[in-house]
Write a protein that binds this ligand. Structure first.
Ligand code: CU
Length: 111
């Protein structure tokens, strides 16, 4: 398929967090791992109606997932959190425990 992929993610927050701030949008993935103080993959693109699941797997380090309209609640070290994205848009989120631990879900119109 020939989707135009001219989407360039503007780095959010230029406060020198270091690392790769212009994360590539990963498609075909609905699972995100919270691990090594980062979300992997950090930016995914899914069609509307997709349930995205975060898995906490960082051993002793607790994380959470907090975005506009969704939150995994208390930081945790294991288990999963799932949220279904029904409306197209860009949904940045972060871990409130760790500065610079951010991610993004880009929701496209359902095909
Ligand atoms: Cu964290």
């Amino acid at each position: 398929m020939a989707l135009a992929t001219g989407l360039v993610l503007a780095g959010c927050g230029g406060d020198g967090g270091g690392g790769a701030d212009a994360a590539a949008l990963v498609t075909g993935v609905t699972q995100v791992a919270a691990r090594d103080n980062r979300f992997a993959p950090a930016a995914i693109q899914v069609p509307a109606g997709t349930e995205v699941t975060w898995t906490f797997k960082d051993g002793f380090v607790p994380h959470d997932v907090t975005g506009d309209g969704f939150s995994s609640g208390e930081p945790r070290r294991k288990g999963t959190f799932a949220h279904t994205f029904d409306r197209p848009g860009t949904y940045p989120y972060r871990c409130t425990v760790h500065d610079g631990m951010t991610g993004q879900v880009v929701v496209t119109a359902a095909s």
